[in-house]
Design a protein around this ligand. Sequence first.
Ligand SMILES: Nc1ncnc2c1ncn2[C@@H]1O[C@H](COP(=O)(O)OP(=O)(O)OP(=O)(O)O)[C@@H](O)[C@H]1O
Ligand SMILES: [Mg+2]
Length: 352
Amino acid sequence: MLFKTKKDIIGIDVGSSSVKLVQLKEVKGAYHLVNIGMASLPPEAIVDNTIMDSHAVGEAIRNLVESHHIKTKNVATSISGHSVIIRKIQLPIMTEEEMEASIQWEAEQYIPFDIAEVNLDFQILGPDEKDPSQMHVILAAAKNDFVNEYVTVFKEVGLNPLVMDIDCFAMENAFEATYGFEEGEIVALVNLGASAINVNVLRGRESLFNRDIQAGGQAFSDEIQKRFGLNYEDAEKVRLGAEVEDVDPAVVAEIITEVAESLAQEVQRSLDFFSATSADEKVQKLFITGGVSKTAQIRDLIEERMGVPVEVFDPFRHMVANEKDFDPEYLQAVGPFFTVASGLAMRRLGDK
Ligand SMILES: Nc1ncnc2c1ncn2[C@@H]1O[C@H](COP(=O)(O)OP(=O)(O)OP(=O)(O)O)[C@@H](O)[C@H]1O
Ligand SMILES: [Mg+2]
C-alpha cells in the first residue's frame, strides 16, 4: 500500500486500584508523549481481576478519555490473573498459518479450561537450539467470559477495544522500547501492582518464565486498616504519609517495612522457582515497576534478597515530552504507574 494508514490507538490499563491511559505518537522512530491520565477506582470495583462494578470502571474510562479530549476510539487494553494462562510449549516446526489451523487442537492438552470457551493466541519464538526440528511457542489463553467483561465495559462507553493484550506482555513491549533487549542477558521484569505482581523473565527477547502472584500494594493499606481500625481511604492516606489522629507514624513505618519485606519475599520465591526449574539460567538483573515500586525500601529489599542489581523501570525514560505539557519531575514520579499502559499504547493494529 502506498499510503499505509496507521490507525491511532490509545493504551488503557485497567488496574485494580486505577485506570491508566497513555497516548503516544511515533515520529521518526521515537515515541512522543501525547496524553497520560490516571483515574482511581473504588476499592471494590475490581476484585481478583474480576470487574465487580462495571459502571464505576466505565465511568473512570469515560472521564479519562473526555477530560483529555481524545478523539480516537481505538483502544489497546490488557488482562491478567488466573483466568489467563500463559504456557511455553514445544512443537514440531510449522508455519504461522499451519499453527493457526492447529492451535485449537494443540492447546487442548496444555490449557486447563474448556477449549471451546477460551480465546487462544500464540507467538512462535523460534527453533529449539538443541533440536532444530522443534520450535518454541508461547501459548496464551483466556476465558471468553472474562475477556468479554472487559470488552463490554469499553464498548459501553463508546470505545473500540481492538487489541486485547496481557499485562506481562505489555510490560515486555514497553521494556523493549525503553531499555532494549541484550542478547543472552537474563532479566526479570516485575510489575508490583495493587493486587498482583506480574513476573516475566526474559533472555534477550525470549520469554522464559511468567507468573502472576496474587499479592500487592493493597496489603499495605489492609494491614494499616486492620491495626488502626481505619476505613480504606484513611488507611491509604496514612500509608502515603498523611497524619491521622491516634495513628503512630512509627508503627506505620514498621507495618510498611513488614509488608515490603513480605512482598520482596514473594518476588524472591517466584524467581527461586524459576531458577530451580531451569538448568543454569540465572537472573542477572531485575527491573521493578508498578505503583509499589515507589515504596522507599522495596528496591533495596529485593536487591538484598536476590543479590543482583535492581532498577526502577521508567517507561517515559526515552520518550519525547513537551515540557509545557508535561512537568519532567511529575513524569519521573509517575512513570512506573504507566508501564503497562505505555506498552499498550505502542501496539499497532494487526499486532497480537
Ligand atoms: N507514592 C507511593 N509509594 C508507594 N506506593 C504507592 C505510592 N502511590 C501508590 N502506591 C501504591 O501502588 C499501588 C497501585 O499501583 P498500580 O497502579 O501499579 O496498581 P494497579 O495497576 O491499579 O493494580 P493491579 O495491576 O494489581 O491490578 C497501590 O497499592 C498504592 O497504594
Ligand atoms: Mg497494574
